[in-house]
Design a protein around this ligand. Structure first.
Ligand SMILES: [Zn+2]
Length: 473
């Protein structure tokens, strides 16, 4: 079988099998446990697992010796583990391929006729929640391996791990990694298919991920709400105090995070790669976001924007409590203001250190003696890729050229994949190929999420190339 036939096989798998199966998958509202605490009773997660494993089992018949198991630890989300023997049965060498099947919640703002659980295939795009983040991963990984088997190209033992708790900070995953330690072994290559791409024109490799600190901050000033005409000017507003406290953390004019100890020195190599990535992306660095008319990005300097979103701490307030919706907002001085703080952390910053800094900063000396509480305060560490081995760098260059007709690009991602930090610490000698299909406007976590199908196909081909080169190295 020629290279062309291998590409044709991958294309036909996507068209005839992967896209139709993802269409069924998008219909399942299998939200991650953080967004559906009753997930086990609802059964959606099991339906998604059944859909995935039903498809995979059918394929494994052509990969002799391979096994699939749905591993279930008590009170934890299930995990799919697929093991495919390597071409040399005596070798302990192995590759770990990672993805997840749990989903983000619905989110508002879907266009008319579109929705999280409504699959819509339009041209190159498959709309709906979870197709790109990260439903396609298992299908891409297995198809890449199948394409090698078909062409008779050797590869190392492959362990595909699909978890169902990623969107809940992978809370269950450490238990499975521990439980399955002997089967995961000591991989020399980790392939993660849950990341992003700067455009759909070349292969994008993720060089770092930010860590993440979350906290529900509540500022309480009264035991119950009172007439605002009566109390304002006497009772300090809890909203104003919340603003004041957040200003200890963030400069409200520039968005800069103020404590020096929440920043790190950005490695020179990453600054150089950020320049290249910014040049490749051009205006897309900010143009990919759905700005309202007249709205400008944080800076005119594209490299600075890349570094801001990949190596600097940044705050988002992602939720609120204690504030009625407009229709129910009377003239009340409310007793408390609660805000969900979501602080992205630099890739190499120690998460425990960040927790201690933020907790002290926000709760020490509350203004007017207000009651400030932080609940669900937790942090996960980011990740910075180890230095790329020459064989992998060469392989990625060939893979990108073959699949996209362009050289690959390297950039950090602003998001977090807690598993990567865990693996990076556990397997310090492993090489990493972290990539994904979350490109411009694909909008994972937001409304109108889509999977760019041609990118899915090309990433699959790139994975096949890297697996083949990994064996040959
Ligand atoms: Zn994901």
């Amino acid at each position: 079988m020629s290279e062309q036939q291998q590409a044709a096989f991958i294309d036909s798998m996507w068209q005839d099998e992967i896209v139709p199966t993802l269409v069924d998958y998008i219909r399942i509202p299998n939200k991650s446990p953080a967004f559906d605490p009753d997930w086990a009773a609802h059964g959606h997660m099991d339906r998604a697992v059944d859909l995935f494993t039903g498809w995979a089992r059918g394929k494994l018949t052509s990969l002799p010796g391979s096994t699939l198991e749905v591993v279930r630890l008590a009170d934890r989300t299930p995990l799919i583990l697929i093991e495919i023997p390597g071409s040399d049965p005596a070798s302990q060498d192995r590759v770990l391929l990672y993805g997840h099947l749990d989903k983000q919640p619905e989110m508002v703002g879907w266009r008319e006729g579109y929705g999280p659980w409504i699959p819509r295939l339009e041209g190159d795009k498959l709309y709906g929640r979870g197709g790109a983040d990260d439903g396609y991963a298992m299908f891409a990984a297995l198809t890449a391996i199948l394409s090698l088997a078909r062409t008779g190209k050797p590869h190392a033992r492959c362990v595909i791990l699909i978890e169902a708790c990623e969107e809940s900070s992978s809370d269950d995953l450490p238990y499975y990694v521990e439980h399955l330690a002997s089967r995961i072994g000591d991989p020399s290559l980790v392939i993660c298919l849950d990341s992003g791409c700067g455009n759909y024109d070349q292969l994008w490799l993720t060089t770092s991920l930010r860590g993440m600190l979350g906290a529900n901050m509540t500022v309480r000033v009264l035991t119950e709400g009172v007439h605002s005409g009566d109390a304002s000017g006497v009772v300090p507003s809890s909203f104003r105090l919340a603003r004041q406290i957040i200003s200890r953390l963030e400069d409200e004019v520039t968005g800069a995070i103020l404590p020096e100890s929440l920043h790190v020195q950005v490695p020179a190599e990453r600054i150089a790669q950020a320049r290249v990535a910014a040049a490749a992306l051009g205006e897309q660095v900010h143009g990919k976001f759905p700005f309202t008319p007249g709205m400008k990005p944080l800076s005119d300097d594209l490299t600075e924007l890349v570094l801001n979103r990949t190596w600097r701490p940044q705050l988002a307030v992602t939720g609120a409590e204690g504030m009625p919706a407009f229709a129910n907002a009377g003239n009340v001085l409310r007793p408390a203001t609660g805000l969900r703080l979501s602080l992205r952390l630099p890739p190499t910053l120690d998460a425990e250190h960040a927790l201690a800094v933020v907790e002290k900063l926000l709760t020490d000396n509350p203004p007017y003696g207000a009651e400030v509480t932080l609940e669900q305060l937790e942090a996960t560490k980011g990740w910075n890729a180890p230095k790329l081995a020459p064989w992998l760098e060469a392989s990625l260059a060939i893979a990108s050229q073959a699949a996209f007709g362009r050289a690959p690009a390297y950039m950090g991602e602003g998001g977090s994949i807690p598993f990567m930090a865990m693996l990076g610490e556990r397997f310090p000698k492993a090489q990493f190929m972290v990539t994904g299909v979350l490109g411009p406007h694909s909008n994972a976590h937001g409304p109108n999420e889509f999977l760019h199908v041609p990118t899915g196909r090309r990433v699959t081909a790139a994975v096949a190339q890297v697996l083949a080169d990994h064996w040959m190295r």
